[in-house]
Design a protein around this ligand. Structure first.
Ligand SMILES: *Cc1c(COP(=O)(O)O)cnc(C)c1O
Length: 395
């Protein structure tokens, strides 16, 4: 038995997604840009995928652009809104301190090009106060970009309130919804979202494919020049098998969204309850306003990496911070943003899962984590000092 509890890093493909991908690879090999009937058959599948994707998020199919994933969608969204702002004399971009690196690194790049980037702090529960976004807005604001749900601590942001503030002020609103799509209901029109990024491999679709939704307000800037695919905004022959597989997975996830979320939430709360019993531990992120399948804890006196390796020996795949940052020694910027001290931020554990997890597996994770934390603390000089009172507990 192996328990995969790292669904926020990536998900296995669903049976439907695999079957769809195989079917398209075998049977629909044409280039959608070709005029003959083999090409036109592919074009029909591409159009249907665009319609299905649009329906899943409440968009129009003409607002859907297929990309190579969430990172590309984030890059194109930010670069496009920045360019569009610049020609209107608007050079400020507002975001938050807990965004994914696909956003933060693109913002760094835009800053070097002369844009002013304002990162709004989140509250200690990992949620941004919409009024702080309002307060950061100026005459020069071109774009507000706030993630829908955080990839590390799972907190769900008040997207509707932020969308309304942006619309009152005529500002473009983008959200990186990579962790949220397929897990929480999203309607871009209701939520006043102008641009949204999503990625197939976070909802049981294939890796290397995603979507940028952009409404008519924002003229897109190309990141890739070439042919006229994606209405001339993203060149390159479409990865049809991956695109159709993605929309099949998306339709499936959206159709079952409430049922899956209800089951997953029960498992999540059981896991939170169990891990809270470990002394000097703390849940990261709001206990309720978080993704149904996300649990993230800090344990004082241990290193996240050792924790992960020992859990792996017990056949549990978990994560410490995001996959992109593991391998670096810097503590997670998200945990620092919610006020965890450096030494505590190093001892974090993220467990992400779906409704397919069983209660027995949850209980096994709790038991194993308790054992591993106790074992590591037994060898930790820091824990020893904490026990002797030479160091003060911070959690
Ligand atoms: C995974 C992820 C991305 C990157 O998506 P890719 O498809 O892997 O490029 C961006 N933002 C968030 C919040 C993510 O979780």
């Amino acid at each position: 038995m192996y328990i995969y509890a790292d669904w926020a890093a990536t998900t296995p493909m669903s049976r439907t997604a695999i079957n769809t991908m195989n079917d398209i690879m075998e049977n629909v090999y044409g280039n959608p840009s070709s005029l003959h009937s083999i090409g036109q058959k592919a074009a029909e599948y591409l159009l249907q995928a665009r319609i299905d994707a649009a329906n899943a998020i409440g968009a129009d199919f003409k607002e859907i652009y297929f990309t190579s994933g969430g990172s590309e969608a984030d890059n194109q969204a930010l670069v496009s809104a920045a360019r569009f702002g610049k020609i209107r004399g608007k050079t400020q971009i507002i975001s938050t301190t807990i965004e994914h690196h696909a956003i933060l690194h693109t913002l760094n790049k835009l800053e070097k090009e002369g844009f002013e980037v304002t990162l709004v702090d989140v509250e200690p529960n990992g949620i941004v106060d919409p009024e702080k976004i309002r307060a950061a807005i100026s005459e020069k604001t071109a774009l507000v970009t706030v993630m829908f749900a955080n990839n590390e601590i799972g907190t769900i942001q008040p997207i509707r309130a932020i969308g309304e503030i942006c619309h009152e002020n005529n500002i473009i609103f983008h959200t990186d919804a990579v962790q949220a799509v397929g897990h929480v209901p999203i309607n871009v029109k209701d939520l006043k979202i102008d641009m949204l990024s999503l990625s197939a491999h976070k909802f049981q679709g294939p890796k290397g494919v995603g979507i940028l939704y952009a409404n008519k307000k924002v003229p897109l800037t190309n990141l890739i020049e070439g042919g006229a695919q994606e209405r001339g905004k993203r060149a390159g022959t479409e990865n049809l098998a991956a695109i159709v597989s993605m929309t099949a997975a998306l339709k499936e996830a959206v159709a079952e969204i409430d049922e899956r979320a209800a089951k997953t939430t029960v498992l999540r709360d059981r896991l939170i309850q169990g891990l809270s019993e470990i002394e000097h531990s703390i849940l990261n992120g709001d206990a309720k306003k978080r993704l149904p399948g996300n649990v993230n804890f800090c344990f004082e006196g241990i290193e996240g990496e050792s924790l992960l390796l020992l859990l792996d020996h017990k056949h549990i795949a978990a994560s410490s911070g995001s996959a992109c940052t593991s391998g670096s020694l810097d503590p997670s910027h998200v945990l620092l943003a919610i006020g965890r001290p450096h030494e505590v931020a190093h001892g974090s554990l993220r467990l992400t899962f779906t409704e397919k997890m069983t209660e027995e597996e949850i209980d096994y994770i709790i038991k194993s984590t308790k054992e591993v934390v106790e074992y590591l603390r037994g060898m930790s000089p820091v824990w020893d000092e904490l026990q002797k009172g030479e160091l003060q507990h911070v959690i």
